[in-house]
Design a protein around this ligand. Structure first.
Ligand code: MSP
Length: 513
């Protein structure tokens, strides 16, 4: 079995600065990347920016900039936010880079050569926000407005290049049916399947230059540019050098394909679950293993909007990172809602999760454990003595977590995963309350029993911190250091050697008022 793991985020439009939605997917991808690295896999993690298309032209002209100038201003905002959020991407691709442009053209050339792209005529509605043609039925259903942003659809009539999407959809349907994990979560998979069964049209893959000059020129027709979605989707293979064009990127990271998971938001599922796999099939390239669509964040119960002032923009993200810690922001996003469902961002909820789970939960457990080991065992983790009945619940919670972690990560089930970590935290805190080590410490004859209790706690905290590390790399590293443990491991209960010296340190998470 291949030991590679390739995770991608969407490449983000650089018509504006990054916000919570972008950070959400990128953090999720980072957690998967970090987890899989620690689990011993060879990981490649790609993110980047989508810089062509009508959105860019419009946004740039409002600012009297060229689209490339605007892209050059905004792309670094994404890069630097990822640094601030401690994202460990392997590469950052920009669709205006020559390595990408050359490969888009080569890909289109191959499709043309194979007869997969033909010249046809398009007449109908266009959603400029989504960069997408809309069928008459859908347009009518939505009162000739965009289903996504409510803006009026625009009437287009033009000769264009089309991809034979209809040729491939029966094969795609069969693939989705045979591979339950291909589109996740399951509800989204069913939506895609029903829509596919209704039927699709061939896909228009070019735009006339006089309307949209800002794009990659079609290799077979210099009056057209490549449709921005075809350009954008191919970034996932272009960064790996899968398509060879005679430069230094050729085949460089080809071993990572097929992608283990494309992480995306629910609004762009159709592009990833239908157009992209059909294009890959037409090119004879294997399909990604999973496309996972997450939900959307609202803010204080309402859709985020600049005019409502509830937009969780970069400044807000930075404020939370400063007030709490960037690790806490990372944790909160993946903890507060089930990945796949929608979620609401609120300051109260943020504080509540922080206080309950991190300050009173993880932080308190670590500091109690370290304090007692320092006090009762001169700062060295004691070897376990005779069995203590209540310890079984702690060991059980730890074993459950370590056994199920891989499966949960493979399904991006971040909140279930953290449920399991929190169950171990609670079990261990309860264990301390039940066994009352502070009372036993007063009676020398109870020392062997006390040793078992403290050993159990240390084992448990180590597992808690190791398994939280993909979410909170710095806080957990700090915690593991106080426990005398290395980072970068996903161990099992019981592996922490007796005799290890603990080093009391600063509390990990101070309670917030
Ligand atoms: N450029 C395309 C993607 C091309 S991928 C080959 C694009 N870019 S985007 O910048 O508009 O959006 C990127 C991602 O942000 C999408 O996955 C979208 O779902 C996500 N989000 C935008 N707003 C969001 C929220 N409010 N909440 C969560 N995610 C949201 O689409």
């Amino acid at each position: 079995m291949s030991n590679t793991f390739y995770v991608t985020t969407p490449i983000y439009y650089v018509n504006d600065a990054p916000h919570i939605g972008h950070s959400y997917t990128t953090i999720a991808a980072d957690v998967l990347a970090r987890y899989n690295r620690t689990a011993g896999r060879d990981v490649y993690f790609l993110t980047g920016t989508d810089e062509h298309g009508i959105k860019m032209v419009k946004a740039a002209s409002e600012k009297t900039l060229s689209p490339k100038e605007l892209a050059d201003i905004n792309a670094p905002h994404f890069k630097s936010l990822w640094e601030e959020l401690n994202i460990t991407n392997s590469d950052f691709i920009r669709t205006t880079q020559p390595r990408h442009i050359k490969r888009v053209q080569e890909m289109v050339r191959r499709l043309v050569d194979r007869g997969e792209i033909f010249l046809g005529k398009y007449e109908g509605w266009y959603d400029e926000g989504q960069e997408e043609y809309v069928t008459e039925t859908t347009a009518k259903e939505n009162d000739y407005k965009s289903a996504i942003n409510g803006k009026p659809l625009v009437k287009y009539s033009e000769e264009n290049w089309f991809f034979r999407l209809t040729k491939w959809t029966p094969k795609l349907i069969a693939h989705i049916e045979a591979n339950p994990d291909f589109i996740q979560p399951a509800a989204r998979r069913n939506e895609v399947l029903s829509k596919l069964r209704i039927g699709v049209d061939d896909l228009c893959v070019s735009r006339r230059k006089e309307k949209l000059p800002w794009g990659i020129e079609m290799p077979n027709d210099n009056n057209h540019v490549v449709y921005v979605w075809i350009d954008a989707l191919s970034n996932y293979i272009n960064a790996l050098g899968l398509i060879e064009v005679g430069d230094e990127y050729d085949g460089k990271f080809a071993k990572y394909w097929p992608a283990s998971v494309h992480l995306i938001g629910k609004d762009i599922l159709w592009f990833h679950a239908v157009y992209w796999p059909c294009i890959l099939m037409a090119l004879d390239i294997p399909l990604p293993k999973t496309v996972f669509a997450h939900g959307w964040w609202t803010s204080n119960g309402r859709k985020m909007s600049k005019s409502l002032g509830n937009f969780v923009n970069r400044e807000t993200i930075e404020k939370y990172c400063l007030d709490y810690h960037r690790d806490v922001y990372r944790y909160y996003l993946l903890r507060a809602v089930t990945f796949g469902g929608d979620g609401d961002f609120s300051a109260d909820m943020f504080k509540q999760i922080y206080n309950t789970e991190l300050a009173n939960g993880v932080g308190n457990l670590l500091s109690r454990t370290i304090k007692m080991i320092s006090k009762y065992f001169d700062g060295r983790i004691p070897a376990a003595g005779p069995a203590v009945e209540q310890a079984a619940a702690v060991e059980k919670a730890a074993t459950e977590l370590t056994q199920i972690a891989d499966e949960l990560m493979a399904h991006c089930a971040f909140s279930k995963y953290t449920d399991n970590v929190m169950a171990l935290v609670t079990a261990t805190n309860t264990f301390i309350d039940q066994t009352e080590p502070f009372r036993l410490a007063k009676d020398e004859s109870q020392k062997p029993r006390l040793a078992t209790i403290m050993n159990t706690c240390a084992q448990a905290v180590r597992i808690v911190l190791q398994y939280l590390a993909p979410f909170m790399p710095e806080k957990t590293a700090q915690g593991l250091a106080t426990l005398g443990c290395r980072t970068g491991e996903l161990g099992k209960f019981g592996e922490l050697p007796a005799g290890t010296a603990v080093n009391p340190g600063e509390p990990l998470f101070m309670r917030k008022q």
